[in-house]
Design a protein around this ligand. Sequence first.
Ligand SMILES: Nc1ncnc2c1ncn2[C@@H]1O[C@H](COP(=O)(O)OP(=O)(O)OP(=O)(O)O)[C@@H](O)[C@H]1O
Ligand SMILES: [Mg+2]
Length: 238
Amino acid sequence: MNALHQRMQELAARRGIDLAALAAADTGESPLGTGWTVDDPAAARREMAEAVLAAEMRGTFANAQPDHPEVARWVSELIEQGPDAGDRLPWLTLMGATGRGKTHQAYGAIRALSMAAARRPGSYRPYRWRIVTHPELSAALRPKSDKSHEYALEIYEVADLLLLDDIGAGSLTDYGREGILHLVNHRYVRRLPTIFTTNLNEDGLRDAFGDRVPSRMNEGVIVVVDGPDRREAIGEWR
Ligand SMILES: Nc1ncnc2c1ncn2[C@@H]1O[C@H](COP(=O)(O)OP(=O)(O)OP(=O)(O)O)[C@@H](O)[C@H]1O
Ligand SMILES: [Mg+2]
């Protein structure tokens, strides 16, 4: 392995990504010139998916499972039918007040879908899932001198599965609203699996984005996550 390969492997490893295993999972052998092969590429793909989930989902949602019955049903239908097969748009919108567990369900759904993709026979490339909050997206879209905002949407447009967390949270600028409308429409026309969480109801979404966003969400599944504020139950503000 030359110095460049070594450096790339180290950088990827720091993000929890094993480049050699990834390449080997596709071809059965490593193109990095290490000369080793993987006996069980399917197992390597599963381990890879688990490693990425563990690296990216540290903290609060590290063990989140999609245990809400309607969320569980959405996940299993998507796994059974695949994103292209069903009549219904493969979108899930989780609505509800703060602390009800919307983000928890969304992370759980991503974990289940990512592992199902890794287990699917003949899946030779990594399943690209992404999570972004609306405030993070707004910050990324804010015009900057390095022009990075011009490319900020791309990774969210092409993701196999996207969680747009907290849509409608925080202040909306014109470019923020434009960006979200563009992203939503991009994923709508391609029928790309997308999960939204929001504190807003349908009217609130309409006020924030106009009719086009809630109208598209309606073609998918909408789940109201209610119950008590779970943070109140576990927190200290009593
Ligand atoms: N099903 C669950 N099992 C165990 N803990 C949960 C569950 N759902 C939520 N929690 C915990 O409750 C807290 C609030 O959940 P979460 O952040 O998902 O709420 P939310 O509805 O997204 O709130 P917000 O609207 O403020 O973003 C978190 O600490 C989370 O780990
Ligand atoms: Mg949340």
